[in-house]
Ligand binder design. Structure first.
Ligand code: WTA
Length: 613
């Protein structure tokens, strides 16, 4: 199948698209590829929401659980495919009633509750482009994203539960909408029930909005390339990139990977622990699993609430068969100790997955032994917000596994590890990771910035997609992804641009200049270290360090709160004024400064930074 997928991709993808998706009108052409723009399944018409819902109603799946939800306080709710369909229809009709039409944008800022998926699917049903904003982001981050895509509506909740506390989502939205002129209405789900301010001219409760709406809604058919969603992700500048995904190709790749990578069976209970605010939550909580007719477990809260065995309790309580989570979580579980998983049988599990960052072999072995009881294969899946679906992965039960390697390319994927000159590096040596062929779920552009799209992904080596990762192939042709090689950090599996954090820090009134780097961290993969130069009249203090950390959390979100803030009289720079991050990394890692320092403008800066250690 792999050979067919790369030798005659149009034949392969054409057949998969006909078999796995329901079309309103068949496509005429599988692929038109004119660098950097791809069009998949041209001429075809399809509705993504119909593929995730309506088509199952004609089968035995109609009364199968689509979503089993468990809230952090322990409340459990199950929605069958029929019930989920009804809820989506009501919301779609309500959004239509607000005047939303195909191509409009809606922002979704919600806790991990079924209504998050309902909102996404309702938008998809109407061809309204959604942008989900992770619930851990601040009001500043909401404002930037909403303004960038000019969303007409924000769908949110009063709050969500996290470690026994309420995350004040509505309060954050209220702050953001002070400066988002495009927003006409704010739809508010009642989840946590505390008092929230409601502006009668703008805000409407979810339950009031859907009350009386019909439980059926005829979905329109849209072009294969109709935009489905924008998802903002960090890049190497201060401004997040709006990755645009479209309909048919995206959906096809997510369903195909559900089938082969997760080996989905009708009786599976599938638990992907990602939040809908990340791409994993889009492709492998909502679109892929629902289009494949899976039963998904959705959990609202923290993995260690009320105790560090919550995931294992969830697995036993709901008989989870497939578990897909991130290395950071696995390392945290390891640290909390084997006693927690030991309280539960975990006997229902048959397949484990990992995503988001490289998994170290030690964590892999722990996951394999303590959670999978050496019975369950682990699929270590490499992919990105931009790729939309899993690209490099073992096929469980078929591909021999190597702890720490994401194994071999999935159908249609041709990864290359290349040197600075675009030449293949020999097996065993490191290089930059590229993809040599277009694929159906590839991003189509960056919202409103085609130029950046071209420059960022397709200009390093024309015709090849540049992933931004460093990697190597071993002698058996297995891929080992080392991590980002651009100015993007991967902290606990979350992508954070150093430039974004720097611009947040320098917006603090005491700060003159800042440089942010990553330091290897046993738990988080990378920790955020900030070197900060204060304005002349400002005295450094421990309190000010804390204030800067809190400032970043306010500007971006708690996920970007620096682990370490260090004051520096100056930053190491080249004569042309470029900050030499390599030197800062060496200092942060506690080692000596090695390598070339001849371009350094002022060497005493390094000595000072080391002395401050
Ligand atoms: C990293 C998450 C090693 C990588 C789906 C990539 C991984 C970035 C793996 C994308 C893996 C993801 N092994 N590294 N299995 N999966 N990465 O956009 O650096 O949030 O470029 O998408 O995560 O992160 P993103």
């Amino acid at each position: 199948m792999y050979a067919e997928s790369v030798n005659t991709p149009e034949k392969f993808w054409g057949r998969q698209a006909r078999e796995l998706l329901d079309w309103r009108r068949p496509f005429k052409r599988v692929l038109s590829w004119k660098l950097p723009h791809a069009k998949w399944f041209e001429g075809g018409r399809i509705n993504v929401s119909e593929n995730c819902l309506d088509r199952h109603l004609k089968t035995a799946r109609a009364n199968k659980a689509a979503i089993i939800f468990e809230g952090e306080p322990g409340d459990v709710r199950t929605l069958t495919y029929r019930q989920l369909h009804q809820e989506v229809c009501r919301m779609a009709s309500a959004l239509e009633g607000l005047g939303l039409v195909r191509g409009d944008r809606a922002a979704i800022y919600m806790p991990m509750v079924p209504e998050a998926a309902i909102a996404m699917l309702a938008c998809a049903r109407l061809g309204v482009i959604h942008t989900v904003i992770f619930g851990g982001f601040s009001s500043e981050a909401i404002k930037d994203r909403v303004n960038d895509c000019q969303a007409r509506v924000i769908i949110t909740a009063d709050g969500g539960w996290r470690r026994g506390r309420i995350v004040e989502l509505k309060v954050n939205v209220d702050k953001a909408v002070q400066a988002t002129p495009s927003v006409e209405r704010v739809i508010v789900l009642k989840r946590t029930g505390q008092e929230v301010a409601m502006d009668p001219a703008r805000d409407v409760w979810w339950h009031d909005l859907v009350a009386g709406q019909p439980a059926s809604h005829a979905p329109k058919a849209f072009d294969s390339e109709n935009p489905l969603y924008i998802l903002y992700t960090s890049g190497s500048t201060g401004k997040p990139k709006g990755v645009l995904h479209t309909s048919a190709g995206y959906l096809l790749a997510t369903v195909l990977t559900m089938k082969y990578v997760f080996d989905l069976k009708e009786s599976d209970v599938y638990f992907c622990t990602a939040d809908v605010g990340w791409v994993t939550g889009h492709s492998y909580v909502v679109y892929g699993p629902l289009a494949a007719g899976a039963t998904i477990l959705m959990y609202e809260g923290a993995p260690n609430h009320p105790e560090p065995d919550r995931f294992w309790q969830l697995v036993d309580r709901h008989s989870v068969t497939i578990l897909y989570t991130a290395p950071t979580a696995i390392r945290a579980f390891m640290r909390w100790g084997d006693a927690y998983p030991a309280r539960h049988s975990l006997a229902s599990l048959r397949l484990l997955g990992s995503v988001g960052e490289p998994i170290n072999p030690e964590a892999w072995m722990w996951y394999y032994t303590v959670i999978g009881k050496k019975r369950c294969p682990i699929v270590d899946t490499w992919w990105q917000t931009e790729t939309g679906a899993i690209m490099v992965t073992p096929i469980p039960g078929i591909t021999p596994l190597k702890p720490g390697s994401c194994a071999i390319p999935f159908f249609g994927v041709v990864p290359k590890v290349l040197d600075e000159n675009g030449k293949d590096v020999p097996r065993g040596s490191g290089g930059r990771l590229f993809l040599a062929k277009p694929w159906p779920s590839m991003l189509r552009t960056l919202w409103g910035d085609d130029e950046r799209f071209m420059k960022q992904y397709w200009s390093e080596l024309p015709g090849y997609y540049f992933a931004g990762d460093g990697a190597r192939f071993d002698k058996d042709g297995y891929l080992w992804v080392v991590g980002r090689i651009d100015d993007v950090l991967n902290v606990s599996g979350h992508r954070i641009g150093t430039a974004e954090v720097e611009s947040a820090i320098v917006s603090h009134h005491s700060v003159a200049e800042a440089a942010v780097i990553g330091r290897p961290d046993d738990l988080k993969g990378q920790a955020l270290v900030c070197f900060v130069t204060l304005k002349n009249d400002v005295e450094p203090s421990v309190a000010l360090k804390e204030e800067i950390r809190a400032h970043v959390a306010r500007e971006i979100g708690a996920l970007a709160r620096p682990d370490d803030v260090r004051f520096a009289a100056g930053l190491p720079k080249t004569r042309s004024g470029k900050i030499m991050r390599r030197i800062l990394k060496e200092i942060a890692a506690g080692g000596a400064v090695k390598g070339d320092t001849t371009t350094l403008e002022d060497f005493t800066v390094v000595a000072m930074l080391q002395a401050e250690e």
